[in-house]
Every structure is written in C-alpha cells, then in structure tokens.
Design a binder for this molecule. Structure first.
Ligand code: HXC
Length: 275
C-alpha cells in the first residue's frame, strides 16, 4: 500500500497537537481508516490498528513505522468480542493507555432489497452497528476519566465513521443505510450517557464519496465516472479531508463538540442523486 499523503505540510494543524495520545482504529489498515490513522500519527499520536486481513494490517503498520509513527497492528473482526478485547488489551500493554477510538470498520455491497437475504442484511448490521457498539463498550474502561494512564478528570474521544445514505434513501443500500442510522443513534446515546458520566466525547463523521477507497470502487464505480459528476454538487473527496475532520474533533479545537456527526461530502447528500 502506498502512503496516502505526500507530506504532512498540507495539514493546517500543528504537528504536535496529539503528542502523547494513543489511538485505536478499527478498519485502520486501509481506506478512510488508514487515512485517519496516518494523520493522527503525523500529529503525534501512537497508533493501534485492527483489521481482518493480516497483510493489509502489516502493510499499514510498516508504512506508519517508516514515517516515524509508533504503531502496532492486530488482526481481528469487530463481530467477535474476544478479538475486540484482544486489540484493546494489546494497545494498553504496548502504549499504556487509550485516548482516541475510531470505529471505521465497515462492510458493504450494492444489492436491490428484494435480492438481499436476511443474513446479508444482518452481516452488515453486525459489522457496522453491533461492531461499533461492541468496540465502544469494551473500550469504555480505558477511555473514561480516571482510566488507566488517564488524567482523573479527562475522558477520551470516540469517532464513529458513518455515511449520508440514510438521510434520505439510497438505492440498493438498505442494509448499510439501516446500519449507519444505528451508528448515528449510538453516537448520540453514548455522547449523552458517557459525556455526562465519564467525560468521553462521542462524535461521528459522515463521508461522501472518497477517492481511492473500497467504498468508492465497490459502490459507485460507474457513477463516479459518469452520472454523479454531472451533479453540480458532486466533488470527489480525499481521505485527507476526512482525516482533517478527525484531527479537528480530536484536538482541543473540538473540545466542545459532542454527539454530532459531521458531514463531509461537499453538500452532495442534499441533491440525493439517483444511480
Ligand atoms: C448480495 C451478499 C453480497 C452481495 C455478501 N452477501 N455479498 N448478498 N450481494 N454482493 C451476503 C451473502 O450471500 C451472505 O448471505 C451474507 O451476505 C454474508 O456474506 P459473507 O460473504 O459470508 O460475509 P463476510 O465474508 O463476512 O463478508 C462481509 C461482507 C464483505 C460485508 C459481505 O463485503 C466484506 O467483508 N466487506 C468488507 C470490506 C468492505 O466492504 N469495505 C467497504 C466499506 S464501504 P447468505 O444469506 O447467502 O448467507 C462503506 C461505505 C458506506 O462502508 C457508505 C458509502 C457512501
């Protein structure tokens, strides 16, 4: 895998804004998850990546390490609680604490609702929604104020990667739309409960079409090349755009943001294009 960014000089943020912080990213070996991992690392964070494919995780860790970013990778599936526990325990063992959790693991495919089996529907719900909840739930003891290695009065941050599919309705995406609606609801509920009780901020990011990702190539290969670009609001985003939003949420500039999901799509969802 190639590095997503040619240089850290593109970032408007100071290079040490996350100095000393530790981040876990599910789905952090590729795509948007990796893009966020790299920028968090370039701004001072140590990185722990969870992913299902060993070669992808290993490759990501190798690139991060070559950039001088302290990084580990653990193979696991967010649908398996034991895997989640393993990743979090390894992170604490290696880096001593956890400050930032990014839930970027996701599954997707295009299918008309009438052709989607209940198990296909459940599979995506399990990865995106139940997986997000499971990782949040298991990470709570590390993220809450007074958790291991933490300031007694300061909790950590959760960022859930969502989508805009469910703001209206999206063709052939009933499973992901339902899953991401659940993710947004999880974001709000945890922001309320854990923000109040544990000083943990919980926010989401809803990307639009982002270039050089599995989502773009799986979901809209033809549209991206043909019909959607004719929409006046269509702009293909970069992983960098999403990573900058994650940095904003993670640094002190975002300290008053809790329970919201930032949409980063150039306004595209407003036009609800038909494939
Ligand atoms: C119809 C399908 C299908 C397809 C799988 N299924 N692919 N149904 N069309 N193309 C059904 C299967 O038939 C099965 O149901 C059930 O789903 C489980 O399939 P498995 O292959 O056993 O599951 P698994 O191996 O766990 O794979 C999970 C996956 C896969 C989600 C199906 O695509 C995957 O692993 N994806 C991970 C990577 C990924 O998709 N990344 C992109 C995320 S992009 P039956 O009934 O037959 O048992 C993203 C962006 C969202 O999330 C927003 C975009 C704007």
């Amino acid at each position: 895998m190639e590095s997503s960014f040619s240089s850290s000089s593109r970032s408007p943020f100071k290079g040490d804004i996350l100095k000393g912080q530790v981040a876990v990213l599910t789905g952090g070996g590729s795509g948007i998850g990796y893009g966020i991992a790299e920028e968090l690392g370039k701004h001072g964070a140590s990185i722990s990546i969870m992913g299902r494919r060993k070669h992808v995780v290993d490759s990501a860790v190798s690139i991060l390490t070559s950039l001088g970013i302290p990084a580990i990778g653990i193979v696991g599936d967010v649908r398996k609680k034991d895997d989640v526990v393993k990743v979090l325990d390894a992170t604490i063992e290696h880096f001593g604490k956890l400050d930032i959790l990014v839930n970027a693991a996701a599954g997707n495919f295009l299918v008309p609702a009438e052709d989607l089996s209940p198990n296909g529907f459940r599979t995506v719900i399990d990865i995106d929604a139940v997986g997000t909840f499971t990782v949040c739930h298991e990470a709570l003891k590390y993220l809450k104020k007074g958790g291991p290695g933490r300031d007694p009065s300061k909790g950590g941050l959760i960022i859930n990667i969502s989508a805009t599919l469910h703001y209206t309705a999206t063709w052939y995406q009933i499973h992901v739309s339902a899953a991401k609606a659940a993710v947004d609801s999880i974001t709000r509920s945890l922001a309320l409960e854990w923000g109040t009780d544990y000083d943990i901020r919980v926010n989401g990011i809803a990307p639009g079409p982002i270039g050089d990702t599995a989502g773009a190539s799986k979901l809209a290969p033809e549209e991206i090349e043909s019909s959607i670009p004719s929409d006046p609001l269509f702009k293909l985003g970069e992983k960098w755009d999403i990573a900058m939003a994650a940095l904003y949420l993670a640094c002190d500039a975002g300290k008053y943001i809790n329970g919201t999901t930032l949409v980063l799509d150039g306004g595209l969802w407003l036009s609800n294009p038909r494939p």
